[in-house]
Design a protein around this ligand. Structure first.
Ligand code: 5GP
Length: 206
């Protein structure tokens, strides 16, 4: 009996800026070299240290609009006046090849994926408290143009949307949060493996 190809896991991670989401995603990518990061397109300017094609594809508003019109995005959202979108082609390719993909996405994007019933695992990273989030945001300069109050307001809104997710991780201790994200990833693989012919393989064994 031919073995069914194991399906990859689409791992979607959300959380307000300052929750440590990017650090956790990076750690997971390091732990699992076969895991791919979904590189989004954005109209926001590149920050120091960011690289085209690794962190984002940086495009002009006109190009982004053209991509929307062509239906290139499986989802897209506007955040602080800048646009962010996930390439439909990339996602389809990953699914076809059975790859694991991690996507860093805001709550608007998640809503769109859910609407389209795209199978994925949704993880929400929470700060230990709003006070702590405020402290972390104050220490960040990269998003300096957006007022702190505005970012906190957005964080509150995002947190209010967390009930639509499969898993929550409170990032109080980064080491523990990293372990939790890893555990979720591994657990989701055990679920998939069960569904992809592991039992059939045992049963046909002589
Ligand atoms: P940043 O500008 O700090 O890199 O990202 C701002 C926000 O955009 C983050 O909340 C991040 O999760 C979100 N984001 C990044 N890429 C995408 C995307 O392709 N789609 C959506 N909906 N949100 C994204």
């Amino acid at each position: 009996m031919p073995m069914k190809k194991e399906k990859g896991v689409l791992f979607v991670v959300s959380g307000a800026s300052g929750t440590g989401k990017s650090t956790l995603c990076r750690a997971l990518l390091k732990n699992f070299p076969s895991l791919r990061f979904s590189v989004s397109h954005t109209t926001r300017p590149r920050r120091p240290g960011e690289r085209e094609g690794r962190d984002y594809y940086f495009v002009s508003p006109a190009k982004f609009q053209q991509m929307i019109d062509r239906g290139d995005f499986v989802e897209w959202a506007e955040i602080y006046g800048k646009r962010y979108g996930t390439s439909r082609r990339m996602l389809h390719k990953a699914r076809r090849e059975g790859r694991d993909v991690i996507l860093d996405m805001d709550v608007q994007g998640v809503r769109q994926l859910r609407k389209q019933k795209i199978p994925a695992v949704f993880v929400f990273i929470l700060p230990p408290s709003l006070k702590e989030l405020q402290r972390r945001l104050k220490n960040r300069e990269t998003e300096g143009k957006v007022a702190l109050g505005q970012r906190l307001q957005k964080a509150r809104y995002e947190i209010s949307q967390a009930h639509g997710y499969d898993y929550w991780i409170v990032n109080e201790d980064v080491e523990k949060a990293r372990e939790k994200l890893k555990a979720i990833f591994l657990a989701e693989h055990c679920r998939r493996e069960k569904m992809s012919g592991a039992i059939e393989k045992l049963l046909v064994e002589k």
